[in-house]
Design a binder for this molecule. Structure first.
Ligand code: HSE
Length: 404
């Protein structure tokens, strides 16, 4: 029997306990022995919970129990979670975590400790919730050079954008609804400003580049500026506005960016709606592939955590080398990336056509029904820098959104 302990009995932690219990037999069959839950570290009063007998508030009890070989970290944050995970690895225990903030900030250090101690530090649930993406990148696509990863990696914002597109409602209104339904946090900053997706793309870029990517270096723009009017233009253009996290390899290095993008209806991410996530991966041998599924939520995320526990259990006594080096990857300046842009401006197309084409060159003008006193246009492909310079000079502008 292999004993485990769960740190943090919230949504994901209780889900992990449930997966271990419900799938006990199938897990035993795969691993060759039973995986049991010996402790739950939490300060909440869990009296009445069937697992209340396992609860402790004393982390040292877990640390000093040599029979606990795998620690499941589902606390979140980078405070106590970091201290406990580091101590567990140093004590020779393997760790499975769902905590992307921890992996993005301290992953390199924790992987190195795991390597030194001949244990494993796995984090499948940190990106894409229940969608397998970390292991495919390390194992199934281990023979490929990954040229691009583009994904809808945040369920909250995809839920909000999908509802805005369907119902014609504004961001604030849908955010309130999402919060009341439990799809958005009381403080939604990390999700709506793109930081959550930024952490996830930094983890994936670290994996494919083999070097450490600091998430603060990723250019991140959120969805708070997207309006019901923008959605009307997207509809006319047969496009959908999505928060897209992209990592691209070029001859010079890697770009990484998170921003709203107006995706064409032929883009593989276009039909991904609601809380679903999808991660498009382009390999130099594989070509295109896409991973789609439940990117968040109790059981999907817990399923990914327990998949790591099973992987660790099957490799007891061996370090699973899911690592990147401590060398920092200097991301390329996103301003050198090229693409087309959609722009909204006030006034009348006929009156402003000459001015706009002299500034941007050839553009395709567009009008959305019901929107008076304004129009939109789509530029030709240009660098971010060149677009930003032109946009700066444009009078009476309303907004701009990248095209993809
Ligand atoms: N807040 C995240 C999301 C949870 O909305 O996708 C999963 O990482």
């Amino acid at each position: 029997m292999i004993k485990t302990a769960i740190l943090g009995y919230g949504t994901i932690g209780s889900g992990a306990a449930e997966v271990l219990e419900v799938n006990k037999e199938v897990i035993k069959q795969r691993v060759g022995e039973e995986i049991s839950l010996a402790y739950i570290l939490d300060r909440k009063d869990l009296s009445g919970d069937p697992r209340a007998g396992l609860v402790t508030t004393d982390f040292d009890k877990i640390l000093n129990d040599d029979e606990v070989k795998i620690v499941i970290e589902t606390m979140g944050g980078t405070g106590a979670a970091y201290t406990f995970v580091k101590a567990a690895l140093e004590a020779g225990k393997s760790v499975a975590t769902s905590n992307k903030a921890l992996v993005a900030k301290y992953g390199t250090e924790l992987m190195e400790i795991a390597r030194e101690k001949n244990v494993s530090f796995l984090f499948e649930a940190s990106v894409g919730g229940g969608i397998p993406i970390i292991r495919p990148l390390y194992d199934a696509l281990g023979g490929d050079e990954i040229e691009e990863i583009s994904g809808i990696m945040n369920g909250t914002t995809n839920f909000i954008l999908t509802k805005m597109a369907k119902e014609g409602s504004d961001f604030d209104e849908v955010l309130k609804e999402a919060q009341s339904l439990g799809f958005a946090e009381a403080d939604p900053t990390d999700d709506v400003e793109g930081y959550d997706a930024g952490r996830k793309i930094s983890i994936l870029t670290s994996i494919v580049s083999g070097k450490q990517v600091n998430f603060e270096g990723v250019h991140m723009e959120g969805i708070t500026g997207i309006t019901a009017e923008d959605m009307k233009y997207a509809l006319v253009l047969d496009r959908a506005i999505k928060l897209v996290a992209t990592s691209k390899k070029t001859d010079k290095g890697y770009y990484a960016i998170v921003s709203p993008v107006m995706l064409s209806d032929s883009h593989p991410l276009y039909p991904v709606n609601g809380v679903f996530n999808a991660i498009f991966v382009k390999g130099n041998m594989l070509g295109d592939s896409m991973f789609y599924g439940s990117g968040a939520g109790k059981l999907p995320t817990a399923s990914a955590v327990i998949a790591d526990v099973v992987n660790i259990a099957k490799n007891m006594g061996r370090h699973i080398p899911y690592v990147w080096s401590g060398e920092e990857l200097a991301l390329l300046n996103y301003e050198d990336m090229t693409r087309k842009f959609f722009v909204r401006a006030s006034g009348d197309i006929k009156e402003r056509e000459a001015e706009i084409t002299s500034l941007f060159g050839d553009v395709a003008f567009v009008e959305a029904s019901g929107l008076k006193g304004e129009f939109g246009f789509v530029t030709e492909e240009m660098t971010e820098k060149s677009f930003a310079d032109k946009y700066e000079k444009l009078a009476d502008k309303i907004t701009r959104i990248r095209l993809g």
